[in-house]
Design a protein. Structure first.
Length: 185
C-alpha cells in the first residue's frame, strides 16, 4: 500500500478490481484547496486511458507485477498458448489480452508479458518483426512511377502499406507499434 503522494509513472495500481499502469502524474496545487495527484492511467486489460485524481494522503493499493518472457506456440480454441521461457511451463492467454496484437503473432515469436499472480494482464511485442509478404494488391503501371504505396498481406494476417516495389515472397521489417513498413530484408 502506498499513499497518493508516492504515485509515480510506471507504477502498477490495483483499483476497483482492475490493474492500471501510471502513464503520468503531476502534483496539482490550487489556491485555498487541498493539493492532489492528477494521474493518467492505462487499464492493463483493455489498454484504455483514463484520468484519476488522488488525495495526497489517500491510500492506494500498488501491485507488484511480474514480467515474464513468453514464446508464442499456437491458438487453442479462444486462447493463445505460450511457452514460459523461464520455467518451460505452458501459459494460456485470453484473446482479449492479445487484442489487435494478434496481427503480428507467429509461431516462435518471443514477447514480454505482465503477470499478477498467474494471470496475464498485458503483452508487449518486440518493436520490430521480420515477416513474409504473402500477397500484394495489383498496381497499374502508371501508378508505379509515382511515390505511392500498396497494401500487402503478411504471413500473420496483418495488412500494411508498403512501397510499390515490394512483391509476394519478400521479407520485410515492420514496426509493430506503429504498423509501418521499415525496410525490405
Amino acid at each position: 500500500m502506498i499513499t497518493g503522494n508516492q504515485i509515480s509513472p510506471g507504477m502498477i495500481l490495483f483499483i476497483d478490481g482492475k490493474m492500471y499502469k501510471v502513464e503520468s502524474c503531476v502534483k496539482v496545487t490550487v489556491a485555498k484547496d487541498n493539493p492532489f495527484m492528477k494521474t493518467i492511467l492505462k487499464d492493463l486489460l483493455t489498454e484504455e486511458m483514463s484520468e484519476k485524481n488522488f488525495k495526497l494522503n489517500q491510500v492506494v493499493a500498488d501491485a507488484a507485477p511480474l514480467e515474464r518472457s513468453l514464446e508464442y506456440l499456437y491458438l487453442e480454441k479462444e486462447n493463445y498458448l505460450f511457452l514460459d521461457i523461464g520455467n518451460l511451463e505452458q501459459v494460456l492467454v485470453p484473446s482479449q489480452i492479445i487484442g489487435d496484437k494478434v496481427n503480428y503473432l507467429k509461431e516462435s515469436t518471443s514477447l514480454k508479458a505482465v503477470f499478477y499472480g498467474d494471470t496475464a494482464f498485458s503483452i508487449e511485442l518486440p518493436q520490430f518483426l521480420e515477416l513474409v509478404v504473402l500477397k500484394t494488391e495489383e498496381m497499374e503501371s502508371a501508378l508505379k512511377m509515382t511515390n505511392s504505396t500498396k497494401i500487402a498481406l503478411l504471413e500473420t494476417g496483418a495488412k500494411i502499406e508498403v512501397p510499390v516495389f515490394i512483391e509476394s515472397g519478400d521479407i520485410i521489417k515492420i514496426d509493430t507499434q506503429t504498423n509501418e513498413y521499415i525496410q525490405r530484408v
